[in-house]
Design a protein around this ligand. Structure first.
Ligand code: ZN
Length: 470
């Protein structure tokens, strides 16, 4: 009797285990089906190329004369061949810039209207023996509708200081294979009648992918911009000349968790105003202001000083998560037009780096200390945000006075300037929000204000308000 009971129990146990196994495996199957949609080949218009700088030291060249201006950053590796090659590309673009205009003279003050060249770069270390650099260039030429943009890609063996051609990385069958892999998807762009094989020369390796780039006018109409085609490394394994590369990409650790941003919903058709706060953060008044914004479900822009990032990481993270815009307000609040180009560049880049370490992405916009700018500041690689309503909160330190300034001057599309380092400002914020809401305004970040007013938020413009963009 006992034995039978026990046997029954064992049978039940096995049955239970089998059921469990069935459930788990069907769950796995469902998950696989749900998440296997990722396609091995993606072809798209490369409107924005995510900035990745895994290797190299950042070097910069900034120049402004009455004929041209450039704002360039490029990588250095302390390897003669590689560095010379990169520098020669940069130099040839500068020559091209100079050739655009030798007759006209432009003022070098804030209203500089001449040709500008921007260069920045991405760098990737994807295999032990292959690193890649992607140089992005853009010419902003007066009186032409479209900026001329493009990319130049380089691949090299860093250790050996050796540049690598397509043919040295891939075997002779590779081009045909890659073309047949991407051709169907490329056809969405109405291709010119060209042999695509001849157009494969700009490619990088990143994140287990081979990424091919086609510059404007190269394979289709210029209006398609830069076209990017990504192929999974697994799909091209057989085409490497060096077997070492097969299935052997370096695992690059993703540096930061991605932070999910919330932002409060906005109705584009209704009036809006941007609140902006400079010089912070602090762990007292900034935190009070965030509490108030959260309570009233509104967002604002915060222009952060690089020097204040350390120790206030949690404040910045919380602010970013709430959907606030985190902007760059220089490293330590120097008046930028008085600085050398190198020092100016440091003020901007170092602050970008510090903020990116906290929120995982570069700040979206820049506000120069004291609102002081010249042509070089304007040429910084970010939208430059100023204001049209100055509360002068730093002068009065009086919340009643700050509220009075807002009530007297705020209008549709305004950008209001305050400073989140004063308790008197924090004291004023709640009443300002309530008053603006009662007047029918939605309270938003500068970025949101521009987006909903269909104003492009771009690096070659100054934003005083939604009504005044230069
Ligand atoms: Zn300031």
């Amino acid at each position: 009797m006992k034995r039978i009971k026990r046997k029954l129990r064992v049978d039940r146990l096995i049955l239970l285990l089998l059921c469990l196994l069935l459930m788990v495996s069907s769950l796995i199957l469902i998950f696989k089906l749900l998440f296997s949609k990722k396609e091995p080949t993606v072809v798209e218009n490369a409107q924005t190329i995510e900035k990745v700088q895994e290797i190299g030291q950042n070097a910069s060249l900034i120049e402004m004369s009455d004929k041209f201006a450039y704002y360039i950053s490029y990588p250095k590796f302390n390897k003669t061949n590689i560095d010379n090659k990169i520098k020669s590309i940069v130099d040839s673009k500068i020559e091209e810039l100079k050739s655009y205009n030798s007759n006209n003279k432009y003022s070098t003050t804030s209203d500089y209207q001449g040709p500008i060249l921007y260069i920045n770069y991405n760098s990737y270390h994807s295999f032990k023996n292959i690193s890649s650099v992607l140089i992005n260039y853009e010419f902003s030429i007066p009186f032409t509708a479209n900026n001329e943009k493009g990319v130049i890609a380089l691949n090299f063996n860093l250790e050996k200081d050796e540049l690598l051609s397509f043919e040295s990385i891939f075997n002779p069958q590779a081009k045909t294979a890659f073309v047949s892999n991407i051709k169907d998807k490329l056809s969405q762009f109405q291709l010119f009648d060209v042999d695509l094989k001849d157009k494969i020369h700009d490619f990088v390796f990143s994140d287990n992918k081979l990424i091919l780039f086609f510059n404007p006018y190269e394979i289709s109409a210029g209006s398609n911009g830069i076209i990017k085609a990504e192929i999974d490394i697994e799909k091209i394994d057989d085409y490497f000349t060096n077997t070492q590369e097969k299935n052997n990409p370096i695992k690059i650790e993703k540096p930061k968790e991605t932070i999910n941003k919330n932002s409060f919903p906005i109705d584009s058709s209704k009036p809006m105003i941007a609140l902006s706060f400079d010089d912070g953060p602090t762990n007292s008044s900034t935190v009070r202001i965030l509490d108030i914004l959260e309570k009233h479900q509104v967002n604002a822009s915060f222009y952060v000083l690089g020097i204040n990032v350390e120790g206030n990481e949690e404040v910045i993270k919380r602010s970013f998560k709430m959907g606030n815009e985190i902007g760059n307000h220089s490293y330590d609040h120097k008046s930028l037009p008085s600085l050398s180009n190198e020092d100016l560049y440091y003020e901007v880049q170092e602050t970008n780096r510090l903020i990116k370490e906290v929120i995982g992405e570069n700040p979206k916009s820049f506000r120069p200390p004291y609102g002081a700018y010249n042509g070089i500041v304007k040429a910084i690689d970010m939208p430059v945000v100023l204001w049209d309503v100055d509360t002068e909160d730093w002068r009065s330190r009086d919340s009643e006075e700050i509220i009075k300034q807002v009530k007297a001057n705020a209008k549709q599309g305004s950008i209001i300037l305050m400073h989140d380092i004063y308790q008197s400002t924090a004291d004023a914020v709640e009443e300002i929000i309530i008053w603006l809401k009662n007047e029918g305004y939605q309270i938003v970040t500068v970025e949101t204000l521009m987006k909903h007013k269909n104003i492009e938020y771009t690096s070659d413009k100054l934003y005083f308000s939604a009504n005044n963009v230069e």
